[in-house]
Ligand binder design. Structure first.
Ligand SMILES: Cc1ncc(COP(=O)(O)O)c(C=O)c1O
Length: 470
């Protein structure tokens, strides 16, 4: 029987609503299936289509077999949870489905994106700057390198690098997207210099200066330093003030990757970590990481008005970017993309719904969760705290068997957790071979009771492995 459009929409919305309502109490983050089981569950494409009822059924199957990233025990990656207003923004923008290229096609959404950009610019002390939403923190870091390249060599877009002597500096703990950006921008990965960090994972400014002066002596041109606020694994904040002083002294573009550490914008007690951010040239901020908007809600901000247009100049004027009354509002002329989703609405509706005070409360809640987890781990002889900073808590799990290696055992526990699917927590490996669970707190739906439940689950999993392997 054909499904009417009305009952199709009703069924889809009901299915999604039920999924959301069940997620907080669902007994697992994922019902684990093997690839072979999934192959069976997911029907093949066919010559003939199916009716709405079958589509709704397929949506149910997908929901039942996918990771519930909105579950309070999804603590695996730097995002998670569901905010109703932000989700409404996601649904509305995909329904409107404009491209954020011209004001003509996305009038209200252009205003919203620009308002958010200028609000965030004020937060990072960029007055009169500009910015654009991008497809993620990785692409924001790419845009930073592109802007630094354009700033120092305005004709590079036409000429390309002939005798490249440009160098970019990031900490050894920086996100891997800088490596990709060095590749794409033509700077070259061998010219991306990893500056050593101290034991807390923060860039050592004296090392940065030493490397820069040596490079200058050897005829290289330092064009950008990428400082990280909130490194991916350790949650470390590079010392911005000192790095900014070095960039100022040597006239180097300072980019701040605050994709993860941007939570500090909304945490008064972390404001001191942002000292010097106003001296930066550009900033990456991912609202989907700490504020709870759906993926992707990512900003590139810069104080240099006009640099985005110069860096991304080219094409489209014959059919897309017309001269008209409102063409100054067009954002496509300074974007890397042509089609661009209206991501702004997610953060806009979230911010409207909670107000700045609500965003501060949400961030403080995440910081409290991290502090609570740290204390519980420290007080539990089964665990060994390796590192705790910001929203990152890294620890190992002891086996009760004397000879079991801590790294191997921690990894066994993590693998067992993934197989069971009750909670998802990622792990990381250090250059010295240390393996630990990297517990992160981006998920505002997680409560202290969930953290206690998770630690208990980890302990029980460890005991079970010990029993089996005795
Ligand atoms: C510090 C940092 N920068 C950049 C990124 C990349 O962000 P995205 O996943 O939005 O591309 C990440 C991702 O985890 C990150 O931790």
């Amino acid at each position: 029987m054909p499904h009417s459009q009305e009952s199709f929409y009703n069924d889809v919305f009901l299915t999604l609503k039920e999924y959301i309502q069940q997620s907080a109490d669902a007994d697992s983050v994922i019902k684990v299936n093997t690839p072979a089981e999934l192959e069976k569950l997911i029907p093949e494409l066919d010559e003939k289509g199916v009716d709405g009822g079958a589509i709704v059924q397929e949506i149910k199957t997908l929901l039942a077999t996918s990771v519930r990233t909105i579950h309070p025990l999804f603590l695996n990656q730097l995002f998670g949870g569901l905010d109703p207003a932000a989700w409404a923004g996601e649904v509305t923008s995909s329904l409107l489905n404009p491209t954020m290229a011209t004001f003509e096609i996305a009038p209200a959404l252009t205003i919203i994106e620009k308002r958010l950009v200028s609000r965030l610019n004020r937060l990072v002390n960029f007055h009169g700057g500009e910015g654009i939403m991008v497809t993620g923190g990785s692409n924001s870091n790419l845009l930073a390198m592109l802007c630094a390249r354009t700033h120092f060599n305005p004709s590079i877009r036409q000429t390309g690098f002939s005798h490249n002597r440009s160098r970019v500096y990031v900490s050894a703990e920086a996100h891997y997207s800088f490596d990709k950006a060095a590749n794409i921008t033509g700077i070259g990965t061998q010219n991306l210099i990893l500056v050593p960090c101290n034991g807390r994972g923060e860039m050592i400014p004296e090392e940065l200066e030493r490397i820069i002066t040596a490079d200058l002596r050897d005829g290289f041109t330092p064009i950008m330093v990428g400082a990280t606020l909130g490194t991916t694994v350790l949650g470390a904040f590079d010392p911005l003030k000192e790095i900014a002083r070095i960039c100022e002294a040597y006239k180097i573009w300072l980019h701040v990757d605050a994709a993860w550490g941007g939570g500090a914008f909304f945490a008064p007690k972390l404001r001191h970590l942002l000292d010097g951010i106003g001296q930066a040239d550009s900033v990456t901020f991912d609202a989907h990481k700490t504020l709870g908007t759906p993926l992707v809600t990512s900003f590139f901000l810069t104080k240099h008005r006009g640099i985005l247009k110069n860096a991304n100049r080219g094409g489209g004027s014959e059919y897309l970017f017309h001269e008209y009354d409102n063409s100054d509002w067009d954002t496509g002329t300074y974007s890397l993309q042509c089609g661009r989703r209206a991501d702004a609405l997610k953060l806009w509706l979230l911010w409207r719904s909670h107000g700045t005070q609500g965003l501060i409360k949400r961030t403080e809640h995440l910081l409290e969760l991290a502090a609570y987890a740290t204390k519980e781990i420290q007080g539990n002889p089964k665990f060994k705290l390796i590192h705790s900073n910001y929203l990152n808590v890294c620890f190992q799990v002891h086996s009760s068997r004397d000879r079991e290696n801590l790294n191997t055992f921690t990894l066994k526990v993590r693998n067992a957790l993934v197989k069971e699917g009750k909670a998802l927590v990622n792990y990381a490996q250090r250059p010295d071979g240390t393996v630990f669970l990297r517990l992160v707190f981006p998920n505002h739906q997680t409560e202290k009771a969930n953290v206690a439940e998770l630690l208990k689950l980890i302990e029980e999993t460890a005991e079970r492995i010990d029993l089996l392997e005795r």
